[in-house]
Design a protein around this ligand. Structure first.
Ligand code: GRF
Length: 188
């Protein structure tokens, strides 16, 4: 059994989708949600889904080993970032080499990097007149959005699309592919 922990700073719809997808799996279990944001929707989702949810602050995350200790004590194999906004500190990356996976709501290397998150990404895609956008699932390293790409999927962006329209199309791709890509990765 591969045990995963999901970090999320916001709504947590991907966290929920991944949890439901693996609910009856013999190979993957979602053991933990973690969030930096006490108002994040993911906390309510964790409660509803029966997934233990841990809240932490910046100091604990960036200046102590507590989160690494927690993940190791729970024998977590993989860390999934699903809308998690803080840079991952070196101790966490070193403890989980090539075992931290992020989803980004655009086709990296375009529209990535610091500040490129949430609606800002889709606004930039529309403002730039892009004809396509999509998702990038990638390994995480010390820099925002620069780790090795595992998977990308595209959607069309029409001239009439608003950033909300693009966000919707991208979210459909995320919910469809993120759990499947995780499953395939673990099967290797
Ligand atoms: C997703 O678009 C993800 O790609 C991005 O943040 C969003 C999280 O959405 N990194 P949700 O919290 O899973 O609904």
């Amino acid at each position: 059994m591969k045990k995963i922990a999901i970090f999320a700073s916001g709504s947590g719809s991907n966290a929920e989708r991944i949890t439901s997808y693996f609910a009856d799996s013999q190979h993957v279990s979602v053991d933990l949600f973690l969030s930096n944001n006490p108002n994040a929707g993911v906390i309510e989702r964790g409660r509803r889904l029966g997934i233990p949810t841990v809240l932490f602050d910046k100091k604990i995350f960036s200046q102590t080993n507590k989160i690494v200790d927690l993940l190791q004590n729970q024998q977590i194999d993989f860390v999934i970032l699903a809308g998690f906004l803080w840079l991952i500190p070196e101790n966490l990356i070193k403890a989980f080499p090539n075992k931290i996976i992020n989803i980004h709501p655009a086709l990296l290397p375009k529209f990535g990097g610091k500040g490129m998150w949430g609606h800002a990404v889709h606004e930039a895609v529309v403002a730039n007149g892009e004809t396509e956008s999509g998702i990038t699932i990638h390994f995480v390293n010390e820099r925002y959005d620069e780790g090795k790409v595992i998977f990308q999927a595209k959607c069309e962006v029409l001239p009439s699309d608003s950033p909300d329209d693009v966000a919707h199309k991208v979210q459909l791709l995320e919910h469809k592919y993120f759990p499947e890509v995780i499953e395939k990765l673990f099967a290797k």
